[in-house]
Design a protein around this ligand. Sequence first.
Ligand SMILES: Nc1ncnc2c1ncn2[C@@H]1O[C@H](COP(=O)(O)OP(=O)(O)OP(=O)(O)O)[C@@H](O)[C@H]1O
Length: 224
Amino acid sequence: MTLVLEAQHINKHFQKPVPFHVLKDICFDVKKGEFASIMGKSGSGKSTLLYILSTMDTDYDGKLFLNEHLVTGKPSKELSRIRNKHIGFVFQFHYLLSEFSVIENVMLPAKKLGEKSHAEIEHEAIKKLEMLHIGHLAKKRANRISGGEKQRVAIARALINDPSILMGDEPTGNLDSYNSENVFQIFKQLKEEKGLSLLVVTHDMDFAKRTDRIIEMEDGSIIS
Ligand SMILES: Nc1ncnc2c1ncn2[C@@H]1O[C@H](COP(=O)(O)OP(=O)(O)OP(=O)(O)O)[C@@H](O)[C@H]1O
């Protein structure tokens, strides 16, 4: 079975304010089409791990593979390109550019990648927005839509380059139960219909128990 993501013996230390071994020999993988969640108490190292797995943090020991290629040690420019093309990221806060329209926000990562024409990117962005049932919001300014709609726009933006894996750091943490369920159903649909792999840090047990696998962390280690 194809491994989309593989972490081998990831260790990380913070030096300040005091030396601290924050991630201890983390080993796991995410298979193609798998929807996994990471749970654990506050401070157990979930976000620190996710930032390494998403290639945003390169200061660690161990090896990280994406689509079975080693990404550890690659130069930052190459990593940035790999990240933009292969990893979609959804945060607790949507980080949309409020002065831009919804569709402009969604198009940005594809513009940055620079592999398609403006018209092709626009067409893709409309498709993504329609898939998430927010096609009618395309021309609206990003600060003129609701919180739940903003998170769906952030998901459309994360999907614009057709990534291999979608990662989320508390993607429903700022949403009410209706919109949280909506996001869960979108993720499930992406897995089932597109074969997308998903890895989501969450505190929401109701969310996590419906994913394929819960990776539980405690004090910087995976305990189950
Ligand atoms: N830049 C940093 N320097 C030093 N220590 C840090 C730094 N960032 C995080 N930590 C510490 O590392 C530990 C893990 O933090 P992390 O944010 O990964 O936990 P978490 O499991 O995601 O927590 P939460 O659920 O509250 O978001 C915590 O003890 C935190 O205080």
